[in-house]
Ligand binder design. Structure first.
Ligand code: BTN
Length: 319
């Protein structure tokens, strides 16, 4: 019924036409209208003209998202869920079962949202974006990490389009004013010389307010709404993000990592900063000098230059 109403944008559809097309009695149509209204849809009803969909709620359902998508692959197969343990877990399952390149899982809420390094990801209902994309890149597994950096460009650009001055902390945290607004968790199914699938999981704090974050994160996390002073239409943000991600993936496929590297440098909140890097329990303090041609972070310190391929970076002070 919603799809039917949504098709007639800005116009009334008569109750008679709806009941005819959907095979429902007029009373059943009315019942559906009431139920939709109770879920936040504003549906106007005029006795002589019928029903008009005046406003959709702030939801991330296929009905809200699909019409906004401007992509050739990403989100063309779309799984929208009210609640899921983790969109990454579901996307991985789907990938194992043969999901196509670009298949997307989105949820209103995660009950076991996962972050990097075994951490959890705060995922309150109806506030933020929790999205995972299945990719089937033509890349050897050694180069898969490049796509995580590609994703960070898309997330950073989407945040900038929403009007906040976002930057990237190596490898792929998106920060605003030193606080984290988005994170990316990439997982891989591969053989030594071939990637079977990749799941890029993206969490963006869109409309969370301070109280929505667990207390221990309040000093380090923020949301786009907190930063720009007004809420973000979530479906619009998700559609823009998928379009940007697809653009960057295409560019990476056509031009290789060099184009990504330059764009990453231009958005970096890390380069030139003194950093503390935790690698396998050991700690390293130095200045983040550059992103190398494989995506590793080059940190210089007294003893020389260290190439960091994985680790947790904390920004200390500007040089
Ligand atoms: C991090 O910065 O630690 C990565 C956070 C990634 C969170 C997203 S939310 C959607 C997807 N599903 C998950 O369980 N995690 C990722």
């Amino acid at each position: 019924m919603l799809a039917f109403l949504a098709e007639a944008v800005d116009d009334y559809v008569s109750g008679e036409v709806i009941s005819g097309k959907l095979g429902l009695t007029r009373a059943a149509v009315w019942k559906h209208v009431c139920s939709l209204r109770s879920r936040g849809y504003r549906i106007e009803a005029l006795p002589a003209r019928g029903y008009r969909l005046a406003e959709v709620p702030d939801r991330l359902g296929a009905l809200e998202l699909k019409p906004l998508l401007n992509t050739h692959d990403l989100g063309q197969v779309l799984h929208c869920l009210e609640e899921v343990p983790s969109t990454n877990d579901l996307a991985k399952e789907l990938a194992e079962q043969g999901a196509v390149h670009g298949e997307v899982v989105v949820a209103e809420r995660q009950t076991a949202g996962r972050g990097r390094r075994g951490r959890s990801w705060s995922s309150p209902a109806g506030k933020n974006l929790y999205l995972s994309v299945v990719l089937r890149p033509q890349l050897p597994p050694q180069r898969a990490a490049e796509l995580t950096l590609v994703a960070s460009l898309a997330v950073c650009d989407a945040c900038r389009q929403a009007g906040v001055d976002a930057g990237i902390k190596w490898p792929n945290d998106v920060l605003v004013g030193g606080r984290k607004v988005a994170g990316i968790l990439t997982e891989l199914g591969a053989e030594p010389d071939e990637v079977h699938w990749m799941v890029v999981g993206i969490g963006v704090n869109l409309n969370a307010i301070r109280e929505d974050f667990p207390e221990e994160l309040r000093g380090q996390a923020t949301s786009l709404a907190l930063e720009r002073g007004q809420p973000v239409p979530r479906a619009l943000f998700a559609a823009a993000l998928l379009a940007l991600l697809e653009e960057w993936l295409d560019r990476h496929a056509e031009e290789g990592f060099q184009a990504v590297r330059e764009a990453w440098r231009a958005r970096s909140a890390t380069l030139g900063r003194e950093v503390r890097v935790e690698v396998d329990g050991a700690e390293l303090i130095g200045v983040a000098e550059d992103l190398d041609e494989t995506g590793a972070l080059l940190v210089s310190r007294k003893g020389g230059r260290v190439r960091v391929v994985a680790g947790d970076v904390r920004l200390l002070r500007a040089r």
